[in-house]
Design a protein around this ligand. Sequence first.
Ligand SMILES: Cc1cc2nc3c(=O)[nH]c(=O)nc-3n(C[C@H](O)[C@H](O)[C@H](O)COP(=O)(O)OP(=O)(O)OC[C@H]3O[C@@H](n4cnc5c(N)ncnc54)[C@H](O)[C@@H]3O)c2cc1C
Length: 329
Amino acid sequence: MTATHNYDVVIIGAGPAGMCAGMYAGRSMLRTVVLERGFPGGELLNTEIIEDYPGFEHILGHELAQKFADHAAKFGAEFRNGVVVERVRKLPDGTFETTTESGDVYHSPAVIITAGGTPVKLGIPGELEYAGKGVSYCAICDGAFFRRQTIAVIGGGDAATEEADFLTRYADKVYLIHRREELRSSKILQQRLFANPKIEVIWNTVVEKVEGDAQGLVNLLKLRSVTTNEASDLAVTGMFVFIGFRPNTGIIDGHVEHDDMGYLKTDENMQTSLRGLFAAGDVRSQLTRQVTTAVGDATTAAIAAEKYLKAIADGEPNEPILSSGGYTS
Ligand SMILES: Cc1cc2nc3c(=O)[nH]c(=O)nc-3n(C[C@H](O)[C@H](O)[C@H](O)COP(=O)(O)OP(=O)(O)OC[C@H]3O[C@@H](n4cnc5c(N)ncnc54)[C@H](O)[C@@H]3O)c2cc1C
């Protein structure tokens, strides 16, 4: 049976951003619900160790996730797990209707979307099995685990080119494996890459399989040339995949301003071009995507949402409500 629920704030996604927004909104005494398609944690649940979250020199991803969830729940945020949001749309009266896969409807005057994004996978045997055990999709997060090692970066765009260069801060040797004979990245990034003696590009080649050692850690990539069809082995202890990242914004009904990659644009208060719809974390257009930036965004979004609700309650929904003004592109 489907049900209709009313809240002050609906938060979509219980990653670091959603849980932090839940904590602040709950602490502000707003009736807050966090809708999560899986379990609370987001990408933290795919991360073995976090060692760049202030105050925690070394913490397991799932432990940090549990702490975030407990903290938000302590201040009254309700978590609904296993709830897939299918659509969020603004109604003519200015409120939002969030519909789930099972047909439940959540009404709220404000929504914070913290649905993150999804790294595009290669889809080869061993890739998921060794994720977090040598296979990574985030250089800034995991690069430091590969000090003085030999690793591979997969891709040929800006992200792959830039991150291959970045990873040589740690690794002794980085192979950039690209399926074509030229890179798609900008010339300046390519210049840096080709000038870096630690990087060797393997052209016209795809990875067909990831293999590991007895400890369950990556130690070999099975390669195939797309020009000669020749198979070969490459001994590496890590594989970083940068073939794309898709923000989870498909649930928004109607147009909301976004950048060329589909990330949501916001003003400095995390409000999107749709009044009352706030965005925080990986789903948002910004320089970098980390746990720290996700919780920073979420703090602002939750406080801005509270001010927005107060402005509506005070009967001033059409006036600029935030000191810094409204949305700017
Ligand atoms: C392998 C890896 C390692 C990383 N390591 C680090 C690190 O060491 N340090 C660091 O700072 N950062 C690290 N990051 C980055 C960091 O995890 C992200 O920046 C952070 O998790 C972003 O938080 P978020 O809440 O915006 O999004 P996410 O963590 O992506 O959370 C989004 C949540 O929304 C949910 N969701 C999406 N769509 C729907 C829907 N339709 N209905 C309901 N729920 C939905 C998802 O299930 C998910 O739980 C790493 C990322 C990866 C991929």
